[in-house]
Design a protein. Structure first.
Length: 480
């Protein structure tokens, strides 16, 4: 199965830093170390175009398929000349190499990262079979991206220079970031087409958002995004080694807003918040404090003292009552914040999860072996260790299927994620036949999501599935 770094590839400046050792770029801007004189080589060359026209300065990578590691790796890097041509010499070696070429560039809308064969997915790229002394041609017609443009202003309507702006696709993978100029203007290029949310997040500010539909090969005007000074919450955690204590900030619906870690003196600070009521929770301890902050101001929750935590330990069992080795265990407090995790030993035992007083939820599962999540509610005093906790797992169900495209072809490399309201989220990736299987799901309703992690790739999809213990549910999907 081919694997590749799934970070956003249309940011050519980041890619340009990945110059590979052992490649010589011929007749191009930039240089790379020459190959040894006795190294058998092959020249990969071609033309980079977009809309049928050459793309001068396009960023080009040659990638080699490493069978032993089951991964694509960039082995050479270069740029197209004024006519869009590139030529890169790479090692053909004593064993067969399988190469492909990827490229990006162009103005004004910039392109998506495009592979030889006209695809944004390296899974689907055309392959180059090479032999020593040969020359191969790989022309790449770039797939045009979309652009969004607008301005950022403060709460007085004045332009904001140097503001961070982020545009994220809503129905597929894609994200571009940039900063505003002296007039508060920005333009973000290289987005996939479709609905996009644009915001101007900042560490100290609160931003409005706008949603627009990005159009391939065009620039869409977003209008004004406004930002204003956010509120700040501060306080101190008093404990032994306070810097080891994660602090969680929840809103009034107990949704996680921020997380932080105190400094060595126990001080913690949350900035860029909307005004309102919050709850500061020492993660996994049931210790919390409510705080209200006004708009564009600072409020302190004072000092929260945390006693020394106690150990929670126990055993995980199969549905038949046998000890379950290698089970994943997690403990959360009444606020849903995590106390800790563990993996059971060969006798199904777990320990060293630290708690204080109050109610805790212990969950355990081993989906790969077909054991779905079991849950145990535990009450702790905070004055002594909690021992002898027994969590029984359940017989899990299975959901499997095939992912295909609109042409009926299997789609490799799509992430399939199953989630339910009462269970852990499970994830798997489709194989080269588009097949996937998830085991150890608890009975009941699950939402199964399908996501292609390539900017400009297939759009996301979601389906519902009802899982029955010990049974297999088939769920296939077509992506567009």
């Amino acid at each position: 199965m081919k694997v590749r770094d799934l970070s956003v590839r249309h940011q050519a400046t980041a890619t340009a830093a990945a110059v590979a050792v052992g490649a010589l770029v011929l007749g191009l801007s930039g240089t790379a170390p020459a190959l040894a004189a006795d190294t058998p080589t092959v020249t990969v060359s071609g033309t980079i175009t977009m809309h049928g026209s050459p793309v001068p300065g396009a960023d080009v990578e040659v990638m080699d398929w490493y069978t032993d590691d089951d991964v694509w790796e960039t082995v050479a890097h270069g740029s197209a000349d004024a006519d869009g041509h590139y030529a890169i010499e790479v090692d053909s070696g004593a064993y067969p190499h399988t190469y492909t070429v990827g490229a990006t560039g162009g103005t004004p809308e910039s392109s998506l990262w495009t592979f030889y064969g006209g695809t944004v997915r390296d899974w689907d790229a055309r392959l180059l079979k090479v032999t020593p002394g040969s020359a191969v041609t790989a022309d790449v017609e770039l797939i045009a991206g979309a652009s969004v443009a607008g301005t950022v202003v403060d709460d007085h309507g004045k332009p904001v220079k140097g503001a961070n702006v982020v545009a994220s696709n809503l129905d597929r993978v894609g994200e571009v970031a940039g900063t505003t100029d002296a007039t508060g203007a920005y333009e973000l290029d290289g987005l996939p087409a479709g609905p996009v949310v644009v915001s101007a997040p900042g560490a100290q500010t609160v931003t409005s958002t706008r949603t627009v539909t990005a159009v391939q090969g065009s620039t869409v005007q977003v209008g004004r995004i406004s930002i204003h000074q956010g509120s700040t919450i501060t306080g101190r955690i008093k404990a032994t080694r306070p810097y080891d204590q994660k602090v969680v900030l929840l809103d009034t619906k107990w949704r996680q807003v921020r997380t932080g870690t105190p400094d060595r003196s126990g001080n913690v600070r949350f900035t860029g918040l909307p005004h309102g009521a919050y709850r500061v929770v020492l993660s996994g301890t049931n210790v919390s404090k409510r705080v209200v902050v006004s708009a564009s101001s600072t409020a302190s929750f004072g000092t929260i003292e945390r006693a020394n935590r106690k150990k929670l330990s126990g055993t995980v069992r199969t549905p038949s009552g046998k000890p379950l080795a290698h089970a994943d265990v997690a403990v959360t407090d009444a606020y849903g914040t995590r106390s800790g995790t563990a993996t059971t030993d060969s006798k199904g035992r777990f320990s060293v999860i630290w708690v204080l007083g109050g109610t805790y939820t212990v969950t355990a599962s081993r989906p790969s072996a077909g054991y779905a999540t079991g849950t145990k509610t535990v009450k702790a005093t905070g004055h002594q260790d909690v021992t002898g906790v027994v969590v029984s797992t359940h017989t899990g169900g299975t959901v499997s299927g095939v992912v295909k495209n609109a042409h009926g072809e299997p789609v490799e490399g799509v992430y399939v994620r199953a989630a339910s309201a009462t269970d852990r989220t499970l994830q798997v990736q489709t194989d080269d036949h588009g097949r996937w299987t998830l085991t150890g799901l608890g009975k009941g309703k699950w939402t199964v999501g399908f996501e292609d992690w390539y900017p400009g790739g297939y759009r996301n999809a979601s389906r519902s599935a009802t899982v029955t213990a010990g049974k297999t549910t088939t769920l296939s999907v077509t992506l567009h």
